[in-house]
Design a protein around this ligand. Structure first.
Ligand SMILES: C[S@@+](CC[C@H](N)C(=O)[O-])C[C@H]1O[C@@H](n2cnc3c(N)ncnc32)[C@H](O)[C@@H]1O
Length: 403
């Protein structure tokens, strides 16, 4: 299969090379940002499973260089245009003025707005070719030793020898943790989904150690059986949990991204290496605790008995003085919580959104290329791909060159 055949079948692969991204994954992050405004108010970021580094490139261009892409760029241009129109509108709008306006807009667009105090740490098992302003670490995110490594990369004053129960938190917490982790897919679906879930588990545990309250977490998931249990667990830590499918992610793939907004750990929660995520007894206690916080105090309303019930109310003992007219009820939205069963198995179905501009390329379609089209080389070939040794061994056997 020729290079240009792949360029035809995968518009994002081709675009990545044309636009200087190290991988087509860059478009997934850009499309997620278009939908969720991920980079708004963000200056400290951890990029997990980051090689070859296209997500880190996006971070570098948006946060360090101050470039704008997608909707942010469009909104900015519109706002400036409106501003300029307001100041010139009373006058007659001559051709000269119009081209001056266009020039001004272009000039302003080129002005970059780098953010202050940006800190980006990127981690992968594979080496990541250096990116200006980004700290890269070669480490396994599932290994416990990676947590202190990350904490010291984020915070030079971090002391790994302090009391273990207090030290798994950095004093300069981060605003956003992103993880595009994927194992080498075997094709054995259940195994792939299991390994992927372990990566997600490790990514979330790292996120819990470094995120600041209000922070965001975005991670790749494979939508397998029981994935809703995962959503429910994430809901313990974040106010909003959404599953998103960017247009640049093939519709035929089980891949999606979980976008978690507003980190709000349960009271008393402390990230711990010994009990990641509060697994075991602590997780159950946290679920109960979170549920206890849910009740909404509301006056009992007269309900139309014919109306379809979307809200359920479970009375709980009144807390006010005897004779209070207000009755306390526990309210939960049945449209959100469809799976409350008699085992008290708390499940929650996350909303699913497709994101990316509708005019964007369809990642499952093939596109005709011009006849004089020249296929470009990838921007950053892998430095030490896992298949390198196999190539060397095969070359050694056949006596060919070892690359
Ligand atoms: C799809 S690629 C990431 C692409 C990257 N986001 C980009 O934009 O260039 C998945 C990465 O996960 C990494 N990975 C898999 N398991 C890992 C682990 N246990 N620890 C760290 N990285 C891991 C792989 O080495 C691979 O580079």
């Amino acid at each position: 299969m020729g290079k240009s055949s792949k360029d035809k079948r995968d518009a994002y692969y081709r675009l990545a090379k044309e636009q200087g991204w190290r991988a087509r994954s860059a478009f997934k992050l850009l499309q997620l940002d278009e939908e969720f405004d991920l980079f708004n108010n963000v200056s400290r970021v951890v990029d997990l499973c980051a090689a070859p580094g296209s997500w880190s490139q996006v971070l570098s261009r948006v946060l360090i260089k101050g470039e704008k892409f997608g909707r942010a760029a469009w909104q900015d241009r519109e706002a400036r245009f409106r501003q300029q129109m307001l100041s010139v509108l009373p006058e007659e709008f001559s051709a000269g003025q119009k081209s001056k306006l266009d020039e001004d807009l272009l000039q302003q667009e080129k002005e970059l707005k780098p953010r202050k105090d940006v800190k980006i740490v990127s981690i992968d098992l594979q080496p990541i070719s250096p990116l200006a302003g980004i700290t890269t670490l070669r480490a396994d995110i599932t290994h416990p030793a990676t947590v202190p490594l990350l904490l010291s990369a984020l915070d030079p004053d971090y002391d790994a020898h302090k009391d273990a129960t207090n030290s798994n938190q950095t004093s300069h917490p981060v605003d956003l943790v992103i993880s595009d982790g994927a194992p080498d897919v075997t094709g054995l679906h259940d195994l792939d989904i299991y390994v992927q879930s372990q990566l997600l588990f490790a990514a979330l545990n790292l996120a819990l150690c470094v995120l600041k309250p209000g922070g965001k977490f975005v991670a790749k998931i494979f939508r397998g059986r029981n994935v809703d249990v995962l959503y429910a667990q994430l809901k313990i830590f974040f106010e909003k949990v959404v599953v998103a499918k960017p247009r640049s992610s093939r519709a035929s793939s089980v891949e999606a991204f979980i976008v978690c907004i507003n980190f709000r750990p349960p009271p008393g929660f402390r990230a711990s290496l010994e009990e990641p995520l509060g697994v075991g007894e602590r997780l159950n206690r946290m679920v109960v605790e979170r549920e206890r916080q849910k009740p909404i105090i509301a006056e009992v309303l007269m309900q139309d008995p014919q109306a379809p019930a979307t809200w359920s109310a479970a009375p709980v003992p009144p807390t006010g003085p005897a004779g209070d007219e207000v009755t306390e009820i526990e309210v939960y939205d049945q449209t959100e919580d469809t799976t409350r069963d008699c085992n008290q198995d708390i499940r929650w179905i996350a909303p699913f959104v497709a994101c990316g501009d509708l005019s964007a390329f369809d990642s499952d379609a093939s596109y005709q290329l011009p006849e004089d089209y020249v296929s470009l080389d990838p921007v950053q070939p892998p430095i030490a791909p896992p298949y390198k040794r196999a190539i060397q061994m095969r070359a050694a056997i056949s006596g060919g060159p070892q690359r």
